[in-house]
Design a protein around this ligand. Structure first.
Ligand code: GRF
Length: 198
């Protein structure tokens, strides 16, 4: 019997975090299998990563449906069909429907490229986060894996790790340093959640 947790990863872009989850799972260092990748964009490079790893993909766009109710129903059915138990948001730029949050309460994670609760909330994504950190003069930043609830970047923090802000940093340099940490802590946090350790 396959006792591994069944995970769906939601993306909107390049999917380097998705890749680190795929690699960790393939190396047997994650007690879970990524069974489905959901993307809000049909041209997200992360979809290629999924296909290369033999993982099924689903492009989920509201505009493909008559209304949000139909859309949510279809998404929930898809997750059901794949027997999804955990959802990992990895650079997913859309809101998760409340019905999905309710059904997967405490089993949806997100990774944020800063030390939450600082630099979180609406509008704080991608480059904006690193620009805000640099503008503040903070001496450190980092990455946070947290649970997802109805409020942006609000759920319980599972794992966090710091990186220094260095003289001469620009948003790209800082983002690259943070991303490296993201790739390390996301699989770790997910593993702890699956094992019930956080
Ligand atoms: C990461 O910085 C993550 O923290 C944020 O979006 C970015 C996604 O990068 N939520 P990638 O698509 O995983 O490369």
């Amino acid at each position: 019997m396959d006792s591994k947790a069944r995970i769906a990863v939601f993306i909107s872009g390049g999917g380097t975090n998705l890749q680190s989850l795929i690699d960790t799972s393939q190396q047997g260092r994650l007690s879970g299998d990524i069974v489905l990748v959901v993307s809000s964009k049909s041209n997200a490079y992360g979809l290629e990563r999924a296909k290369n790893a033999g993982i099924d993909t689903f492009v989920y766009k509201l505009k493909n449906y008559a209304g949000s109710e139909e859309a949510e129903k279809d998404l929930l059915e898809m997750l059901e069909e794949y027997g999804v138990e955990f959802i990992a948001l990895a650079g997913y730029l859309k809101l998760i429907p409340v019905s999905v949050i309710k059904k997967y309460r405490d089993r949806i994670t997100n990774i944020h490229p800063a030390l939450l609760p600082k630099y979180g909330g609406k509008g704080m994504y991608g480059r904006h986060v690193h620009e805000a950190v640099l503008a503040s003069g903070d001496k450190e930043s980092g990455a946070t894996v947290h649970l997802v609830d109805e409020i942006y970047d609000n759920g319980r923090i599972l794992v966090q790790e710091k990186v220094p802000v260095l003289p001469g940093d620009d948003p790209d340099k800082l983002a690259a340093r943070v991303l490296k940490i993201e790739h390390k802590i996301y699989p770790l946090a997910l593993e702890k959640l699956i094992r019930g350790e956080v």
